[in-house]
Ligand binder design. Structure first.
Ligand code: PBG
Length: 330
């Protein structure tokens, strides 16, 4: 009998040696917390499709943001949920300074100053009566270039409200370039762009539809990417870089770790990944049924996204995971 001399198991023998040789880790500063602020409510509302996540009032938003910052999270990504009565075909409440998203941004910047990175979702889907990420043409198709004009208005309003960074998530061609020049012309040269570079059309956004009270009928397949395509994301990366993206992002995370690895290998700028609503809800639901160990599944999912190459992870567990890391219970 010959026994092996090379024994990879030696480096797995104790928690201490495993910790010593871990290739990647997660730090609070790498985590960004997506948050929802809703108009016209006087107490936070549970999102039933995302147990543990709420639509905030401006007051509860402030408190949750402060808690996240206390735990050292790297940033906050804010989404707005307007009153249905304020939605129109253009989504114009998105660039109204008194619209709920801009009020939320102003409150966060007032409280937190530069203590964290305040990010704004720059997309029309929460604000349009039809739920699409842009305005429609006479045939009901999403009109790319007409949408860009609205993104420019929205982005400048968000920067005026105090956002440090914009996250254009609508997948319109040219959105990074248009936002860059609109921000620059408005004197917001220092406001940066977190580009949704590779964003795939996905059923895993399902729970988010409830989170933002989306009015969408149908799907976003004429603007978001097709799940069959991998190298297309490198083309999107090239374009976003040429247009001035400061950070690039891949979304969803778990079904697109190959795309994330490709983008991370090619990108000269920091890379983010978004662990989306469906990823959150699947782990939550399976653990509520007693089928998987919730905390271990969260840790593994975050590590896998880091291992694939993300510098930054947007996750609804940002505050909780940061707390584990800070208290040594990771
Ligand atoms: C669009 C947007 C979506 C998400 C973030 N921005 C929904 C979509 O594209 O359909 C999804 C986030 C998540 O599912 O957690 N503005």
């Amino acid at each position: 009998m010959t026994f092996p001399h090379v024994r990879p198991r030696r480096l797995r023998t104790t928690p201490a040696v495993r910790r010593l040789v871990a290739e990647v880790s997660v730090e609070p500063r790498q985590l960004v917390l997506p948050m929802f602020v809703r108009d016209g409510i006087d107490a936070p509302l549970e999102i039933s499709s995302m147990p543990g996540v709420v639509q905030h009032t401006v007051d509860s938003l402030r408190a949750a943001a402060e808690e996240a910052v206390r735990e050292g999270v790297g940033g906050l990504m804010l989404f707005g949920v307007p009153d249905d009565a304020d939605k129109d075909a253009e989504g114009s409440v998105a660039w109204n300074p008194d619209g709920v998203l801009n009020r939320g941004l102003r409150a966060l910047r007032e409280d937190l100053g530069d203590a964290t990175v305040i990010m704004a979702d720059t997309c029309l889907d929460e604000f349009t009566s039809h739920g699409h990420c842009g305005v429609l043409d006479a045939h009901g198709r999403v009109d790319n270039d007409a949408t860009l004009e609205r993104y420019a208005l929205m982005g400048v309003a968000q920067a005026d409200a105090g956002a440090h960074m914009l996250g254009p998530s609508g997948m319109m061609d040219g959105q990074i370039g248009v936002l860059r020049s609109a921000l620059d012309s408005a004197g917001h040269q220092d406001v940066s762009l977190l580009a949704y570079t590779a964003k795939y059309a996905s059923p895993f956004y399902g729970p988010f539809r409830e989170a933002v009270g989306s009015s969408l009928q149908g799907d976003r397949r004429t603007y978001q990417q097709d799940a069959a395509n991998r190298r297309e994301s490198l083309r999107e990366l090239e374009l976003d870089l040429a247009e001035g993206a400061d950070i690039v992002m891949v979304k969803p995370a778990m079904s697109y770790l190959d795309v994330l690895a490709d983008v991370a290998a090619a990108s000269p700028v920091p890379v983010a990944a978004y662990q989306i609503s469906g990823e959150y809800s699947m782990i939550t639901a399976a653990s509520q049924n007693g089928w998987i160990d919730r905390d271990a599944a969260i840790r593994e999912s975050l590590l896998s996204i880091r291992r694939a190459g993300a510098d930054i992870v947007l996750t609804y567990w940002a505050t909780e995971a940061a707390r584990w890391l800070n208290r040594g219970t990771w």
